[in-house]
Design a protein around this ligand. Structure first.
Ligand SMILES: *Cc1c(COP(=O)(O)O)cnc(C)c1O
Length: 387
């Protein structure tokens, strides 16, 4: 038999990290001690108190049954309380919060509620691949908004043609940003609200890195912007904040109609996250956040080791005030791909080619601060040997 794949699968770009993993395995097979600064997956463990909450919850038969697909009320309340303390938001846990199985799940599923075939979705580029892929899965068309240094890696809303803006259903944004590590200004979020209202566009803000901030910076929620609750939904994740990428827990908050639509999709495709995981999430969200501060200190030290090293080698990189990514301009004469290949083959360092996140990322590579300070020093030493 032969099985014909759907157009929506045939149109998929290769998932970035599959290709990277293959190359890394090839080099490792040659016996090279690879330093992996590729994928953004925290290397440190989930805090003990979260693990303990999970262990207790696993033993409770109440949690062994089907969970609620929108998340337990306890989890939604914890998320709402967290957002009140952190961002000053007043969110009704009944109508304005939905749990998700990691924010990637909700980001991929949300467009099903609104995007018709041929509809336009505004997608930042370079960007987290799921915005485009979720669009493709609905038969929609991504209009890529370039994120460029000259605009501080914010999309230029004025450059979006009027007919595109008029037809667009959703605009995706992500600040603090992956992969560029750029941060947003309040003024920009204000412009987004005006743009969305003028064109009847849903604003989807991915806030996966809202807690990974340094040097006293605190990233805003899009929903703090006046008018944002009329047009927006925001996706939060416990993955990066509490080193919980494997657990699959996050939440979406915002406009009640948008949250209800996400819940409607989810109730038809999944049955929610294991309640024991949600209970662990409650422990994390309700904690005093000292763990988060500890992580911020660790990433700050790592960032400084890598940035000082890169700058001393004459490389061009900004010191990020949020996210665990460093966005580096490749030296003259290299492309993203050729510079990544050089680093991997000559220095055993895995980095991610910027154009893997979209064509405007060409000319950059991304390094993730997901190894120890010592390993980052070692990476800098190896670079010194080849540059
Ligand atoms: C890691 C990441 C996510 C996904 O997080 P999960 O909650 O683990 O699914 C979403 N958006 C961006 C930009 C990310 O980097």
């Amino acid at each position: 038999m032969s099985f014909e794949k759907s157009q929506r699968i045939k149109r998929l770009p290769p998932y970035l990290f599959v290709e990277l993993d293959r190359k890394k395995a090839q080099i490792q097979a040659k016996g090279v001690d690879v330093i992996d600064l590729g994928i953004g997956d925290p290397d440190l463990p989930t805090p003990e108190f979260v693990v303990d909450a999970m262990v207790d919850a696993v033993r409770d038969p109440k949690n062994h049954r089907y969970p609620s697909s929108q998340g337990s009320l306890a989890f939604r309340k914890a998320a709402s309380d967290f957002c009140r303390k952190r961002f000053g938001l007043e969110l009704d846990p009944e109508t304005q919060v939905c749990a998700c199985i990691g924010s990637k799940e909700a980001i991929a599923h949300f467009p099903i509620a609104f995007v018709e075939p041929e509809d336009i979705v505004l997608v930042p580029s370079p960007g987290y691949p799921v915005y485009h892929i979720g669009t493709l899965f609905c038969g929609g068309i991504s209009y890529f908004m370039p994120l460029e240094d000259k605009n501080s890696f914010l999309p230029d809303l004025h450059s979006i043609p009027g007919d595109v803006a008029e037809k667009a259903k959703i605009i995706w944004l992500n600040y603090p940003n992956n992969p560029t590590s750029a941060c947003v200004t309040e003024e920009f979020f204000g412009q987004v609200v005006d743009f969305a209202k003028a064109n009847n566009i849903i604003v989807c803000h991915d806030a996966a890195y809202s807690e990974m901030c340094f040097d006293g910076y605190r990233a805003p929620s899009f929903l703090q912007t006046p008018g944002a609750l009329d047009c927006g939904i925001e996706f939060h994740s416990l993955s990066k904040t509490y080193n919980m990428t494997g657990w699959r827990i996050g939440f979406a908050i915002g406009n009640p109609q948008l949250v209800a639509a996400l819940k409607q999709v989810k109730s038809n495709v999944d049955s929610g996250q294991f309640q024991a995981v949600e209970n662990a999430g409650v422990a994390a969200l309700e904690s005093d956040q000292s763990f988060v501060r500890k992580m911020q200190e660790i990433y700050t030290r790592r960032r400084d080791v890598l940035i000082e090293g890169l700058l001393s080698l004459g490389l061009n990189a900004q010191r990020p005030k949020a996210t665990f990514y460093v966005w580096i301009k490749v030296p003259e004469g290299y492309s993203s791909a050729s510079f990544c290949t050089l680093l991997l083959e000559k220095a055993g360092i895995v980095s991610t080619p910027g154009n893997g996140f979209g064509e405007p990322g060409e000319g950059y590579i991304r390094m993730a601060l997901t190894v120890s300070q010592e390993r980052l020093s070692e990476a800098v030493d190896r670079l010194r040997g080849i540059l």
